[in-house]
Ligand binder design. Sequence first.
Ligand SMILES: [Ca+2]
Ligand SMILES: [Ca+2]
Ligand SMILES: [Ca+2]
Length: 117
Amino acid sequence: MKNIVFTVLTWILLTGPTFANDRDAAAFEAIDTDKDGKVTLKEFQAFYKTVFQIKDKNGDGVLDEAEFNNPDAFDFADKNKDGKIDPAEDRALRAHHFRQLDANRDGHLTLEEWLAD
Ligand SMILES: [Ca+2]
Ligand SMILES: [Ca+2]
Ligand SMILES: [Ca+2]
């Protein structure tokens, strides 16, 4: 399990995450920690909290533009326009992302929803 998460996270970091390209079946499995085939917002946030910590290379608790590594989402995520993404801004971004992916709005993501565009 640890290895899967590590592999997925490494891949996300190497390829540079966008809303589209960090979504595949392996990522879904890694995020679905209780393996019930559904990803809840809680599981989703826990996964991206880990992503946030790994991306925070200088360990100052926020992500600058280089650490965040996603120019398209950066301006949207940086609500207070201080040029950094703090954990609350990151959680808000992920909650937004989660709502976008939850096509039938039942509060969890299936693999189908995860893979859909
Ligand atoms: Ca689950
Ligand atoms: Ca900010
Ligand atoms: Ca759903």
